[in-house]
Design a protein around this ligand. Structure first.
Ligand SMILES: O=C(O)CCC(=O)C(=O)O
Ligand SMILES: [Fe+2]
Length: 359
């Protein structure tokens, strides 16, 4: 059942949405105090940077400590971001029959990654998250499956297309700056993308939830790909990031900064950087009164591509922390661990990490 329909009916979340006690959203430490605030990086200054100046070192520090940062001065018009969020909200507010035209179920039964509906469910023991989604493969452009792209609101497709073009530009700038910050050749990360590398737009819709103390909007996970660019609801927060990993980690609210986008690295960058850059564990809290909408752009490598730490970042002092893995094997492990309840496992040498609801 769609969470939106459920939310309109029930006073209490059904047991399938209630987290086991040890994972209750409130039983984990949350801190409003930030050791160092999540940085806001100015993209135009980053572009001009040569890696040694302020913005480049700010980026490096952000990715070593948080694994994420906010970015402004990115040249996406505020009106485009607002219109896309509004069009997404409008889509989720359409009658069910209209939304079902984009359904992610084939013949009403078999789940496929693209389309509108629930997140995939791997087992009957899986605790479910309080959200619905519209998931679209947006690149390569000639492989777009327009049957899943909403026809209403009328502006939706054009806005999304415009937004994708802008995000691609931002993604490439950031990946180049990241390579510079790691001391690698500027195109090192960009060159890992083949023209078959897929990217996805994921529209998340979180209806109000009667028990934010028991239910997650999205349970803790890390994103498996290379980079995620997130456009957040301007009015309703909920995203939190875990600092310093492991059981002793502390959760911090990601602030809403008007006009800024959130960028986080995924597991693939953690591997390529030999662990210098962290793929952050994050989660989404629900809200009792207000719905929330977000749009995530996920950039992934070609599923057949093998990745491993850059040779330049491995030496006697910094031994290789991850083995060689096929990109698509992340996707498989991602979904298995996420379904088990905690979409992240402590890193071990030569193992891969996994997480992320983006499958
Ligand atoms: O809605 C958000 O703020 C984040 C969602 C998220 O983490 C994801 O879609 O992977
Ligand atoms: Fe995520």
């Amino acid at each position: 059942m769609l969470v939106q329909e459920l939310a309109a009916k029930v006073q209490q979340p059904p047991s399938r949405y209630v987290q086991p006690e040890q994972y209750h959203p409130v039983s984990l430490a949350v801190s409003a105090e930030k050791p160092d605030p999540i940085p806001v990086i100015d993209l135009s200054r980053l572009l001009a940077a040569d890696g040694a100046d302020d913005e480049g070192s700010k980026l490096r520090l952000a990715l070593e400590s948080w694994g994420l940062f906010l970015v402004d001065n990115h040249e996406i018009e505020t009106s485009l971001m607002d219109d896309l969020i509004n069009a997404s909200r409008e889509f989720f507010h359409l009658p069910l029959e209209e939304k079902q035209k984009c359904s992610n179920l084939i013949d009403g039964k078999h789940f496929q990654v693209e389309g509108y509906g629930n997140d995939p469910v791997a087992s009957k023991d899986q605790t479910l998250d309080w959200l619905d989604r519209l998931h679209l493969r947006v690149e390569p452009e000639d492989e777009r499956n327009l049957v899943h792209w909403p026809e209403h609101p009328k502006c939706f497709r054009a806005l999304l297309h415009q937004y994708i073009l802008n995000c691609k530009r931002i993604k490439d700038c950031i990946l180049r700056a990241m390579a510079r910050a790691l001391g690698l050749e500027e195109d090192y990360i960009v060159a890992q993308f083949s023209n078959k590398a897929p990217s996805f737009a994921r529209f998340n819709y979180y209806p109000p939830c009667p028990r934010p103390d028991l239910v997650f909007g999205v349970k803790p996970h890390s994103d498996s790909g290379v980079l995620t660019i997130l456009l957040m609801d301007k009015d309703v927060g909920g995203l939190q990031v875990l600092k310093d990993g492991g059981d002793d980690g502390v959760w911090y609210d990601v602030p809403i900064v008007p006009g800024a986008l959130l960028v986080n690295v995924g597991d693939a960058v953690e591997v390529l950087s030999n662990g210098f850059f962290k793929s952050p564990v994050h989660r989404v809290m629900t809200n009792q009164e207000r719905e929330r909408v977000s749009v995530a752009m996920f950039y992934r490598l070609d599923p057949e591509m093998e990745i491993e730490p850059a040779a330049e970042l491995v030496d006697e002092r910094q031994p290789k922390r991850y083995g060689k893995t096929k990109s698509k094997d992340y996707t498989t492990r991602l979904f298995e661990t996420f379904a088990r309840g905690w979409g992240h496992e402590p890193m071990e040498p030569s193992s891969t990490r996994s997480g992320g609801p983006e499958s």
